[in-house]
Design a protein around this ligand. Structure first.
Ligand SMILES: Nc1nc2c(ncn2[C@@H]2O[C@H](COP(=O)(O)OP(=O)(O)O)[C@@H](O)[C@H]2O)c(=O)[nH]1
Ligand SMILES: [Mg+2]
Length: 324
């Protein structure tokens, strides 16, 4: 076993950080090392509870993760926090941008916080996060919290990665269901209406009831325990309702384990990620300079009527198979 793998299995945080940097790298030699490392660690990790957390900017994700993470640490659990943020090139990373909001968790000995790298390619973000989750599990974390900004498709990635998917919402006046996309609602196991404190408390309670109603209208999934998906209120700032959120997550997770849904889901996820990996590797072959040049060449030939599209495509694919 490599030294790096051994260090990760001993829960060495710096080794874990280095390994995540390795899986984030796009360099071919790094990729090779990362694949070898993940292969060494496969089967060694304990299985963490993976909690996905999504919500629009400003809803309180960072504050929630800080408070909720501390609650878990206080129970003696080891917590890793990862971020999936395709827009991080612009914002500087959803976690890094407001690490001040996680001051206590950053210092907690049981916690590990990893900001999102600047990546614009969602496929790359997905792979990096999935592999980072695997590394955290190998390092013995009990809980892996995966945060994502509620924009674009990153929620789908996180939902695919997590055992329990939590959607954080803000209290909202009136009947606007905050433009929450149906797909996100459908993948949520729990909706937590945050900021249920002070002046916002009554609104939060009403918003929560609205969402509870909306959730009841959704078609039941086999993995929904009785009463789920569920809507709750909480205040990350005042640390209210977080123990209840944790109790519900635990109850749901235990139910799924008992009923066999947990195993089914992990198996489906493994199959999905394998398929994705194959697809993305194939697509990546089209992005090498040689392939881009060959594509341009065959496209021109088609445009000029020298070759029919089907024949040009076959010729193009043949260049890939022979390595250009
Ligand atoms: N009143 C109240 N404000 C909160 C709560 N949680 C977060 N906030 C505030 O909402 C703003 C955005 O919080 P932040 O955690 O950075 O949101 P993020 O963008 O989703 O990570 C900050 O000013 C927080 O102090 C809460 O439970 N109650
Ligand atoms: Mg934040």
């Amino acid at each position: 076993m490599s030294e790096l793998a051994a260090q990760i299995l001993r829960s060495d945080r710096r080794a874990l950080a280095r390994a995540i940097t390795l899986v984030e790298s796009t360099r071919a030699d790094h990729r090779e090392q990362a694949v070898a490392l993940l292969e060494e660690l496969a089967g060694h990790g304990r299985q963490a509870l993976r909690i996905g957390l999504s919500g629009t900017p400003g809803v309180g994700k960072s504050t929630f993760i800080e408070s909720f993470g501390m609650l878990l640490c206080d129970q003696g659990l080891k917590v890793a926090v990862l971020a999936v943020d395709p827009s991080s090139a612009r914002t500087g990373g959803s976690i890094l941008g407001d690490k001040t909001r996680m001051e206590r968790l950053t210092r907690a000995p049981g916690a590990f916080i990893r900001p999102s790298p600047s990546q614009t390619h969602l496929g790359g973000v997905a792979r990096r996060t999935r592999e980072a989750v695997a590394l955290c599990e190998a390092a013995g974390f009990d809980i892996v919290l995966i945060e994502t900004v509620g924009v674009g498709q990153s929620e789908t990635v996180v939902a695919e990665l997590s055992d329990v998917f939590v959607l954080l919402l803000a209290p909202a006046g009136g009947d606007e269901l905050q433009g929450v996309k149906r797909g996100i609602m459908e993948s949520a196991d729990m909706i937590v209406v945050n900021k249920a404190d002070g002046d916002l408390k009554a609104t939060a309670t009403r918003t929560c009831a609205d969402y509870a109603g909306a959730l009841r209208l959704l078609r039941k999934r086999p993995q929904d325990a009785p009463g789920f998906p569920k809507a709750m209120t909480a205040s990350a700032l005042e640390e209210q309702g977080l123990d209840a959120v944790w109790a519900e997550i635990t109850a749901l997770n235990n139910w799924r384990r008992d009923q066999g849904h947990w195993d089914i889901r992990r198996a489906q996820q493994a199959r999905h990620w394998f398929t994705q990996e194959v697809r993305q590797t194939l697509l990546a072959q089209l992005e090498t300079p040689e392939a881009v040049a060959a594509m341009a060449h065959w496209a021109d030939a088609v445009v000029q009527g020298q070759t029919a599209p089907a024949a040009a495509a076959q010729a193009m694919l043949a260049t890939l198979q022979t390595g250009g």
